[in-house]
Design a binder for this molecule. Structure first.
Ligand code: SF4
Length: 265
């Protein structure tokens, strides 16, 4: 894994993500190297090689984070803030330490390391911490995201956050037809998260290589993803299922022509 130390001019970047005003990326690049990762587009602008083989470390991120910003800050859109290197570098921790605690912060990770910083989360006026849950286990996980922590550890982290009084959420993503088991996820997380949000796989964002992986290993899922009628039928069924599960659901992100968030009422 190549580590590139760099400095940034600013750490709060205006974001196009719905509901998010600023993205905060103290790291760019991710050791978890999920095959579908939407952030891999950034490789076009970075001369370091394939996604998952490098991490850029913005060493002055803590200093830049002192700034007061108005609106929601999302950590992180181009990395996982608690990827393995964080254990040693503590860059995320230092960034949180220095950050203006009045800034509204939403953190998303796949790592149970996040619970290390609960003491800091408690200092913020308005914070929520999410863990991505997608039920990938065994062969599926080996193919789709082999290097991420297990579902069990992520769910335990959500429980710890809840027990410590930190607002938390389960981000159910990516939802892949025939693979992501929504009912099993809800069974294990209902009551331990403040809310769930959902995201159907963004096939275009996942890139050509992932499309090939899906086609080869999960042809039925691929067929639904590429066929408009089958895809929307799947989304319709998903909405009905989520309604039936009687949970607080923030909406379902669907990426086709654009980026749509379908409300589940
Ligand atoms: S953990 Fe997130 S940022 Fe990292 S590779 Fe996976 S999807 Fe991308």
């Amino acid at each position: 894994m190549r580590i590139i130390k760099t400095t940034a001019k600013t750490i709060y970047t205006k974001s196009g993500i719905p509901g998010v005003d600023y993205a905060l990326n103290q790291y760019v690049g991710c050791q978890f190297a999920c095959k579908y990762c939407y952030a891999k587009f950034i490789c076009k602008w970075k001369p370091y090689g394939d996604w998952g083989t490098w991490v850029e470390v913005k060493t002055n991120a803590p200093e830049l984070a002192r700034k007061r910003v108005h609106g929601e800050v999302f950590m992180s859109s181009l990395s996982d803030p608690y990827q393995p290197i964080e254990r040693e570098l503590k860059l995320t921790r230092k960034t949180l330490q220095m950050m203006d605690k009045r800034n509204k912060l939403s953190i998303l990770t796949k790592s149970p390391l996040v619970v290390r910083d609960i003491d800091l989360f408690k200092l913020f006026d308005d914070i929520e911490v999410g863990l991505t849950i997608n039920s990938f286990e065994g062969k599926e996980k080996q193919i789709i995201e082999p290097f991420t922590p297990s579902q069990k550890l992520r769910i335990e982290a959500l429980k710890t956050l809840k027990d410590e009084g930190i607002k938390n959420y389960g981000f159910i993503s990516p939802i892949i037809p025939g693979i992501t088991d929504i009912e099993a996820i809800i069974k294990e997380t209902k009551g331990i998260v403040d809310y769930h949000s959902f995201e159907v796989l963004n096939l275009k964002g996942a890139g050509r290589k992932f499309v090939e992986i899906l086609k080869e290993n999960f042809p039925e899922s691929y067929e639904i993803m590429i066929n408009e009628d089958k895809f929307w039928e799947f989304v319709k069924e998903l909405i009905a299922l989520i309604k039936h599960l009687d949970i607080k659901a923030e909406g379902i992100e669907v990426h086709r022509e654009g980026w749509e968030v379908i409300e589940v009422k």
